[in-house]
Design a protein. Structure first.
Length: 130
């Protein structure tokens, strides 16, 4: 149960970006092509003016998708950690690490280190409680 709550909190933290008014200066607009797995008020088609911010955003969306999938797998197994949940969290971790390595000057990269620490802690917790 602790793992599920931690994952929900992690998704909430990841989903909390800049306030909409601050974000306006970073993107030109977006297409309404579906709900974002990261932030409910922003869609997948968000287009940043800076191509590096755009690429980092897309990696963040992918990472959050892996976190959500790990959460679904864990809930489906009645709170038990599975290999699939661990694999999904490791994929999310790799995406976030890629953001920092590839796009270090972006706002997204500057907000990621705490998320990476949370994911590492969760993976260790998963492995210990298998």
């Amino acid at each position: 149960m602790k793992q599920i709550l931690l994952m929900i909190a992690l998704v909430a933290v990841v989903g909390c970006g800049k306030e909409e008014s601050a974000a306006d200066s970073y993107y030109e607009g977006y297409e309404a092509d579906g709900d974002s797995p990261v932030m409910p008020h922003v869609t997948k088609g968000m287009v940043y003016k800076d191509p590096d911010e755009q690429a980092a955003w897309e990696l963040q969306v992918e990472a959050t998708g892996f976190i959500r999938e790990a959460n679904k797998v864990t809930q489906a197994s009645k709170g038990k950690t599975t290999v699939a949940a661990i694999w999904n969290m490791e994929q999310a971790l790799a995406k976030y690490q890629s953001i920092i390595k590839t796009y270090p000057e972006t706002d997204i990269a500057r907000s990621v280190p705490e998320t990476i620490d949370d994911i590492k802690e969760l993976i260790e917790d998963f492995k210990q409680n298998r």
